[in-house]
Design a protein around this ligand. Structure first.
Ligand code: ZN
Length: 147
């Protein structure tokens, strides 16, 4: 069993966003929405949609633009929990920087909050979780949505 299951359509949406930004040598950020499930006492997360709003990016940093929040809230409302935040590191690898760890700890501290970091240039994709200040890689799978 994996910790996070991403629907392939949601992952494709995120990767499209990240590739588009990478073409301009920019990072990008967004949220995965979904739900928490359990199977035989083990919890796992399903990420079923990717949403974003206007980004304020450079080649080495990204955040949501001031003013993006009402639109973002609109896109999140009623679609499930934020189960992961996702951002790109175009060309410098999929890892959690010190800033990323701080961001995760201050904004995504829930038991079922994960961080997805993608390097669309190198084709790297990793999921992380921060437990008590320690970063660890989390297992994940990208799956086709059940028909
Ligand atoms: Zn980062």
């Amino acid at each position: 069993m994996f910790e996070v299951y991403f629907d392939s359509a949601a992952m494709a949406k995120a990767e499209g966003h990240f590739r588009q930004a990478a073409a301009k040598r920019m990072e990008a950020i967004g949220f995965f929405l979904g739900s928490v499930h359990s199977w035989k006492g083990e919890k796992f997360v399903r990420a079923t949609d990717y949403v974003t709003a206007e980004n304020d990016s450079t080649s080495v940093s990204v955040r949501f633009a001031t003013g993006a929040f009402p639109r973002l809230a609109e896109r999140i409302t009623g679609k499930g929990l934020i189960v992961a935040w996702a951002h790109s590191h175009p060309g410098f690898g999929a890892f959690m920087s010190e800033t990323d760890v701080r961001t995760h700890e201050s904004c995504f501290d829930g038991e079922y909050n994960y961080a997805l970091v993608i390097d669309p240039v190198r084709g790297e994709k990793k999921v992380f979780k921060v437990d008590g200040g320690e970063v660890r890689e989390a297992s994940f799978a990208v799956v086709e949505k059940r028909k």
